[in-house]
Design a protein around this ligand. Structure first.
Ligand code: ADE
Length: 257
């Protein structure tokens, strides 16, 4: 059962590749894939690329060429829901392409001929990533202070579950964020790849889940300090959560008889 971990952030992939034993690098479709073992189980790592098409191509290569049978995606996103703050984790239970609009032929947001406006994540993967995210926040008291742009000890980040909106736009104005919230009131955050990978996994009937660290509020300040946040906070946080999840996933504690 090969597990694929698809990262949006190179920092995070670098940390994960250190966990791999017997690793082999392959270049395919202009992308670097790193295969090996974690806890003696086959794992393949890849960078998603940015945007829906790049991520869909990477996901398809993972399945077709590297035999991925489950895909877990990690990266960053802009918070939309009022309670979704910088440093929090969002686990997508459903994914919508917010820039898909074939109306009036099909309802807005519906991917034509799929008969649905969103794609669901695998509930077991989401539940397991949720446990790992809570465990991570219990272990660390650092939280990113958005106003002062530093890590401080203001308390634990929150873990949210719900709808993630994906589209080929970096949302960086309060007006655009408000328009998105009005159109998709349930959306917790916005990013640029998740719904595309969810669609590919739906087509291949492969379990999928994605975890996003909130890097900004998708407003006029969204781009400020983005690279520093990704390097210093989001990358290490995603790595910590994945390590906890991998430990539990591949070494489940024995059930007492
Ligand atoms: N990823 C992180 N922040 C984002 C934003 N504001 N818009 C789209 N993708 C993002």
């Amino acid at each position: 059962m090969t597990l694929a971990i698809l990262s949006a952030l190179p920092e995070e992939q670098a940390g994960l590749s250190e966990l791999l034993s017997d690793s082999v690098q392959t270049t395919h479709a202009g992308r670097r894939f790193v295969s090996g073992l974690i806890h003696d189980q086959p794992v393949v790592l890849a960078l998603s690329g940015i945007g829906k098409v790049a991520a869909a191509t990477t996901a398809t290569a993972l399945i077709e060429r590297f035999g991925a049978q489950r895909i877990v995606f990690t990266g960053v996103a802009g918070g939309l829901g009022s309670s979704v703050q910088v440093g929090d984790v969002v686990l997508g239970t459903h994914y919508v392409q917010h820039d898909m609009d074939a109306s009036p032929l099909f309802p807005r947001f519906e991917v034509p001929l799929y008969g649905a406006g969103n794609f669901a994540a695998n509930v077991d993967l989401v539940a397991a990533l949720s446990i790992a995210s809570h465990a991570h926040f219990q272990m660390t008291s650092d939280r990113f202070d958005f106003k002062n742009r530093i890590k401080n000890r203001a308390g634990q980040g929150a873990v949210h579950h719900g709808l993630i909106a994906s589209g080929d736009r970096f949302v960086s104005s309060a007006r655009e964020a408000q328009t998105l919230c009005a159109a998709l009131p349930d959306a917790l955050c916005v990013e640029m790849e998740g719904a595309a990978v969810a669609q590919v996994c739906h087509d291949y009937a492969i379990p999928f889940a994605a975890m996003r660290t909130i890097s900004d509020r998708a407003d006029d300040n969204a781009h400020v300090d983005f690279p520093a946040f990704v390097r210093d906070v989001a990358g290490p946080q995603a790595l910590s959560i994945l390590r906890l999840w991998l430990q539990a996933h591949f070494n489940p504690s024995p059930v007492n008889a």
